[in-house]
Design a binder for this molecule. Sequence first.
Ligand SMILES: Cc1ncc(COP(=O)(O)O)c(C=O)c1O
Length: 484
Amino acid sequence: VRIAIPSRWIALSLALIMKDSSIAVVVDVLKEKVAALQPGDALPSSRAIVEQHHVSPVTVSRALAQLAAEGLVTIRPGAGSFVNPPSKVAAGEFRDTRWQAVPLADRTVDSSNLEFLLRPPPDGMLSLAGGYPHPSLIATRMLAAAAVRAARRPGVWERPNPAGVLPLRSWFAKTLGADFTSADVLITDGGQSALSTAFRSLLPPGAPILVESPTYLGALAAARSAGLRPVPVPVDAGGIQLNELATAFAETGSRALYCQPTFHNPTGAVLAENRRAQLLEIAAEAGAFIIEDDFARWLAHRPPAPLPLAALDRDGRVIYISSLTKATSANLRIGALVARGPVAERLRNLRLVDDFFASRLLQETAVELLESPAWTRHLQSLSSALQSHCNAMVQLVSRHLPQASVALVPSGGMSLWLRLADGIDEFEVVAASERAGVLVMGGRPFYAAEPPGPHLRLSFSGVANVRELEDAIVRLAGTMNSKP
Ligand SMILES: Cc1ncc(COP(=O)(O)O)c(C=O)c1O
């Protein structure tokens, strides 16, 4: 007896075995079923789908939710999922939106790499690509308790001072040192919004902005969406190279540098002590601002982190950006912009025009959190988790990845920057690694222009423990070592 099995089904089963994104695979399978059914027909029960395709109930419910979001089925809790009548759009009468090409012109905003940083890994995948700590490292209970207390604070549902609530502004001022006061601080919706505000406040569209090379890809995206032209200046283990910086200022006439002096993303470098004062002098000679992105202040592996550059600033040259998200949760979207002089008013006005103010509930949650004894304990355990993950990753890389070298063992932050041997195609490494169930970031998106060679950024904070880290590196090594 011959049983005809459609090759598509074989491919789907193989994809499941190979641990391709199981939700996407189940969605495909269910779409085929929907196409074969009539409007009003029921899909097989969730349990039947689980058993037939050997996937988890969570995978099935997410796949059904996606179908419902696409308008293909209606889920009736307790009864099942039912095929919807085809919509006009699905029937091929697609909306003709081609006219939008002309008004939209070429002002495209590319957020693809940022989306990759933010997206939680699909079920069954390990992530060495994310930009935030693993859920097990973010002290959810501490956050929940702070949010509950904040929601009961007097005035929490009233409008705050647009610059931010006073205790939070004072707290950020204190982290910078004695010279700063709450009046210098503007609360923002995390670091990313602070970056956009700073770039748009300081420079007109079309202007060059100097950036470290490599640098945070979200800063490149924000600069470009502000119409700026990022000009790369190389970094080494001691941070930005000052001779090159002086040359870049002279050649471009740029009036701003974006930099991360502390636990630079992606290299982990800390700006050397003997470069700090000189960096300020070079910027002063160029009449330029310095935007200091201090995103990782609370991610020192052995605290305290070095003082921010802003603490040395005497003439309002440094626009300082801080954020709580990396040490708490991507969802606690609270950051700060600190500046002195006329620029502070420019920043305040632009933020007001753009967003009014950051949610008072979140600001009060941050205050509750920072005032609680749990905060210090949380920072201690985060630091020691980051340090042990980092040490483990360095050892695992040297044991399993002979094609990669670690230029710098970071003393803070969440990732390791690897130089791959010349000739290795980092895009292929990223794709093969994803097929093996591990997400990694290639180096290319961190460069404003052509990179000096292939790199990988491996985040050691996106997995729950060292065992998962080892699993991820071994899988990555399996794909790299199988190359000719
Ligand atoms: C260097 C750097 N700056 C700023 C940000 C923005 O983070 P958030 O908006 O969550 O504060 C990130 C996030 O990855 C980052 O890596």
